[in-house]
Design a protein around this ligand. Structure first.
Ligand code: TXA
Ligand code: MG
Length: 357
């Protein structure tokens, strides 16, 4: 099929309204529209239409047991789709619209194909204006995973979506680059605690400030590989994600200097070694495959760039990509989680001797 591609500029009022009306109509007819959000681009279909959900799985090549997030245009629409407990309501009140998704008990109106048969549903109200105007124009909640081919890094620009889905969906709405660049934080309430299932723009520190550290849990799968026989809470946790074509290796060490020495030695061993580093490191490493994510202490900039950089490496013939571990705090935890998944949990811990090699 031919995929329509439109720039969505709220400044061009008539054009903006016309495009959104057309996009809304596609959704009501059961078609698919990719749209911008503040986290990553989503691949949307009507959340109440099981055929649309099936088309989403097919377009992405996504396993059918991996449920979709449903997106609403306003916080007060959430309760039409799920049963809300008090803690979930507090999260919605304080952090939505925004980069957070809450898992709650689903109402029967949500089809099983959207939740992959689970009794729960993931709900999010994005902050991005174009996203909310699009959902409102559709007049129904939008079920949407990230708009990438399954297994590739999530798209943070409309060009990324075009790369993966051109010819497979009805329309792509281009709202420019995503502000955050990593997918939403996912949480659920369990036994009176908030459990973090995926770190993102809303940080553990922000959640602890509201509910107290004693009511905050972090799911093991965020930093550790699941055992083969372990059943994940979030089906998405078990799939290798965010993976560029070349293997990624995360480099952990006591100091930044040790990490740099280790990577430098790898570049010396042969060519085609990719490096994901920071602006401050660019003078240390040389070669065609060295990329900076931004300034060392600017985690927002790094989050913003990560997926685009991983995609860029796919255009090269790089053999192995080395990346330095970010601190596991604030949005750094989300970065760490995406990197360790891209690396398939391949982390080298450099000791004093090896660092000097
Ligand atoms: O920022 C985001 O969340 C983006 C934008 C488009 O909103 N969406 C996104 O969707 O990242 P996706 O499908 O790529 O990731 C959703 C994750 C998956 O790992 C899935 O397993 C999990 O959410 N999930 C969805 N419904 C769930 C449920 N009922 N219980 C547990 N996990 C669920
Ligand atoms: Mg995804």
């Amino acid at each position: 099929m031919e995929t329509l591609f439109y720039h969505l500029d709220p400044g061009q009022k008539d054009e903006y309204r016309r495009i959104l009306m057309q996009a809304g109509e596609i959704i009501r007819q059961g078609g698919l529209v990719a749209f911008p959000t503040e986290t990553v681009y989503g691949l949307g279909g009507s959340a109440l239409n099981s055929r649309a959900a099936e088309k989403i799985y097919a377009a992405k090549g996504r396993p059918q047991d991996n449920p979709l997030i449903i997106h609403v245009s306003a916080v007060d629409e959430i309760e039409s789709y799920c049963e809300m407990d008090d803690m979930s309501r507090t999260i919605a009140k304080l952090f939505m619209p925004g980069p957070i998704t809450v898992i709650m008990k689903k109402k029967p109106i949500v089809p099983d194909s959207v939740t992959a048969g689970l009794p729960t549903v993931a709900v999010r109200c994005p902050q991005n204006r174009q996203a909310r105007d699009f959902i409102a124009a559709a007049g129904v909640a939008i079920a949407a995973p990230s708009a990438n081919t399954s297994g590739r890094p999530s798209p943070t620009s409309a060009a990324h979506v075009l790369e993966d889905l051109n010819g497979k969906i009805e329309m792509i709405l281009d709202g420019g680059p995503c502000d955050i660049g990593l997918e939403s934080t996912i949480v659920r309430v369990k036994d009176g605690n908030i459990e973090l299932l995926r770190p993102g723009g809303v940080t553990p520190e922000q959640l602890c400030a509201v509910f107290g550290k004693e009511h905050f849990r972090m799911n093991d799968a965020i930093l550790h590989k699941l055992a083969d026989n372990e059943k994940p809470i979030s089906p998405g946790m078990k799939y290798r994600h965010y993976s560029p074509k070349a293997p990624v290796v995360l480099v952990e060490a006591a100091t930044d200097e040790q990490k740099n020495r280790y990577i430098k030695a790898r570049i010396g061993e042969g060519n085609k070694i990719g490096v994901l580093c920071f602006d401050e490191d660019l003078s240390l490493f040389s070669g065609p495959y060295v990329r900076s994510l931004g300034r060392r202490d600017d985690f927002s900039a790094q989050s913003h760039m990560l997926f685009a950089m991983l995609r860029e490496f796919d255009e090269t013939d790089v053999n192995t990509i080395y990346a330095k571990t970010p601190p596991k705090e604030g949005i750094g935890l989300a970065l760490y989680n995406r990197l360790i998944k891209a690396a398939g949990f391949d982390v080298v811990c450099v000791d004093e001797t090896e660092g000097k090699a």
